[in-house]
Write a protein that binds this ligand. Structure first.
Ligand code: DX5
Ligand code: ZN
Length: 237
């Protein structure tokens, strides 16, 4: 599997892909410049929707996907399924602290399984759970919608929370990615980048348009997103 690239990363969420052609869809977004594959796991218990599990992750690896796979667990409990995702080829495994009775243990389990670990915060959840585990995490994922469905609108208070998380990361000195998930579009990605995110999940913005148009649209959407991020970075200097 490839190493995690540095810098700003675009992570299409395959939740909005055409599941009947999943391997091809993932190949196409990666060929169009996506950096990592965001893999949403929902259990109809922690969130009111049901998606995909380790078998699908393994199938993507067998299909030949070598890019990092960013597994976002929206399941409760989390520990039982962590080793299965590690064996299936996950690169990152992130989970919601409310979904684990023993957050530190779950983080250790992910690391012991050879994956990078992260915590995910719902829009109304404060960042308190980070206080004693900053040394054990590789990613903080801020939900900018309530989890469970693609195609929702970005919740604006996430911008303030991103700034808070960015300060926590910078003050800690640890190498931690700051990911944002939900309602990310070409129109708002620049202000999201300026608020401190460096990893951008986009589902409907990437796959939605191509479904209506054609797969070549992935190229233009991903490069427009990247241009917006680059502009935001250049105005920071
Ligand atoms: C929501 C998922 C998101 C979702 C994002 O629970 O975690 O990854 O697919 O979809 P969009 O980009 O359409 O908001
Ligand atoms: Zn997600």
């Amino acid at each position: 599997m490839s190493d995690i690239p540095a810098g700003d990363l675009i992570a299409p969420s395959i939740l909005s892909a055409d599941f009947a052609r999943l391997g091809e869809e993932v190949d196409n977004v990666l060929a169009s410049g996506a950096d990592i594959v965001h893999f949403d796991v929902m259990d109809n218990h922690y969130v009111p929707n049901l998606t995909i599990g380790p078998l699908v992750c393994e199938a993507l690896r067998k299909h030949g996907v070598t890019a990092p796979i960013d597994v976002h667990l929206m399941v409760e409990p989390v520990d039982r399924i962590i080793p299965d995702f590690a064996a299936a080829g996950a690169s990152y495994i992130t989970f919601h602290p409310e979904a684990s009775k023993h957050v530190d243990r779950s983080l250790q389990l992910i690391k012991q399984s050879g994956c990078k670990a992260g915590l995910v915060f719902n829009p109304a959840t404060p960042l308190d759970a980070l206080e004693y585990v900053m040394d054990k995490i590789d990613m903080i994922l801020l939900m900018s919608v309530n989890p469970g469905f693609g195609g929702q609108s970005f919740i604006p208070s996430t911008l303030q929370k991103l700034k808070q998380a960015r300060t926590l990361i910078d003050d800690s000195g640890f190498d931690i990615r700051l990911e944002v998930d939900g309602g990310v579009k070409i129109e708002n990605i620049a202000e999201i980048a300026a608020a401190g995110a460096d990893t951008f999940v986009a589902g409907s913005a990437v796959f939605g348009c191509a479904r209506q148009c054609d797969a070549n649209q992935y190229d233009s959407i991903i490069s427009e997103m990247r241009q917006q991020i680059t502009q935001a970075r250049s105005s920071e200097c």
